[in-house]
Design a protein around this ligand. Sequence first.
Ligand SMILES: [Zn+2]
Length: 361
Amino acid sequence: MKKIENIKLDEYFLWQAFVTIILLALMLFLVINQEAVQFYANNFQRVTKADVQLYFFDVGQASSTLIVTPDRKSILFDTGSTDSAESLAENLKFILNKNKIKNLDALILSHSDADHVGGTMVIMQNFDVKRVFRPKQLSYIEDSSDGYQVVTTYTYASAIQSIYNEGCPVEYVNNLSTSFGNLEIEIFAPNRINYSETNSFSPFIYGQYYNKTFLLTADATAEREDELLTKLEQSGRQMKIDFLQVAHHGSKYCSSEKFLKAISPKYAFVSAGDEIHPSQEVLTRLKDVNVRKTLVTKNDGMLGVGIYKNNYIICDMHQFFDVPLAVMLLCVFMFVLWHYLEVQRENKKIVVKKFCNKKRL
Ligand SMILES: [Zn+2]
């Protein structure tokens, strides 16, 4: 009898140890993979299944946006700053994997500022990039014999050099009208080569999927916004924009009242990370044109937009309940409950045994 009891006791401890190890491993996994778990747990998963996807990466006071097309082509618009390059590469890899996309079909650098090209080297080294585009600005590593504006930022020069190092040619961004399945993309390149501000070289990327539209702006200035309105009118494109990337991190010098009224954005997305961006002026102007929601990467983390033929979904990393913490608490609760039930079961056995023994007596 004693022998049998010992075996039962050993089994009990073995099971307890086994379940404890599993729960601890699960908790450890959750702690290490907080971001991944959050990604799966919230609506981001639904965004990754949408026909057209837009991602505004949280890269601090910088900008990097990804477009995933219905035929699963990927277009990266800017690479953020040098500081955020590693995290950008990580998030980019995660999204491309979710979409089973193996390479970056196009990288478009909007202009030479460090907060838009800083992550280029890391992107070039970690991804198979098919084509790279940039506006007609030159860095100091090239000659200016063709008359284009010479821009001498070290980060830009390093970025361009890193593209050449990977054996990838660099093409100029020109006006372009193309389609990926039913997604029509229009690139509105800068009109001139002699803007006084570097930011004015930023091309606009306009997209239309059935009746949904989006507009990516990088650091486009008010001067360029005016040009865009004229071009949009001429092209006969839908003027109303559903998803707008607010220009120049929400700077008060762009997103003019006239521009916002003309495009009447439904949702606004701001890539910003410092204290002065987005400006209160722009937030007010957006409110005045009845934007349903303005999301900012510094407050909401990475932002995602999933566009379907008749529907859309918008997500941010921080709007949902902290799922990993909730799952961890649930694990602890389950463990305590399980332990309690086991103790109860053992107590019952003892009571029954005592009762039987008494009966025998
Ligand atoms: Zn910028």
